[in-house]
Design a protein around this ligand. Sequence first.
Ligand code: 4NP
Length: 158
Amino acid sequence: MTTSVLFVCLGNICRSPLAHGLFAHHVQTLGRASEFVVDSAGTSGYHAGELPDDGSIREAARHGLDITDQRSRRLVARDMDAFDFVIAMDTSNLRNIRRVGSLPPERLFRIRDFDPEALEFDVPDPYGGGPGGFRRVYEMLERSMDPLLVHIDHHGPR
Ligand code: 4NP
């Protein structure tokens, strides 16, 4: 029995590919990769078929992660039935995801709801900005990984 986890942002080229890569790496490091199906998507199809943004590829690589196997795709209604957890990068994503389908709050939330240092709950969009933005995104996502996995383990698959 696997647990499926989908990370969602607007373009699926900056934030959610990093979250996808980080979570996959996190469970791999714990020897638990086979327990999970991990994917990411965007609420828009603006960049469908594209590689992650260079800023995200570089930031991942600085931490030893290769995310160049990922390609952007748009969130579809079927995802809302298929995934056990759908995790938004910001509040706007969350609103857009809810237009596509519904899940109970323990299965659809923002990733920074699990950032122990968060004073606000959006992962800022680094698109078009410098490397510092991507670095800050990575740090927020990394801090969220452990508490996120505790939550996912607690609720399990649907
Ligand atoms: P992401 O960043 O949602 O983190 O992938 C963006 C990428 C592209 C656009 C917006 C945000 N865009 O408008 O093309």
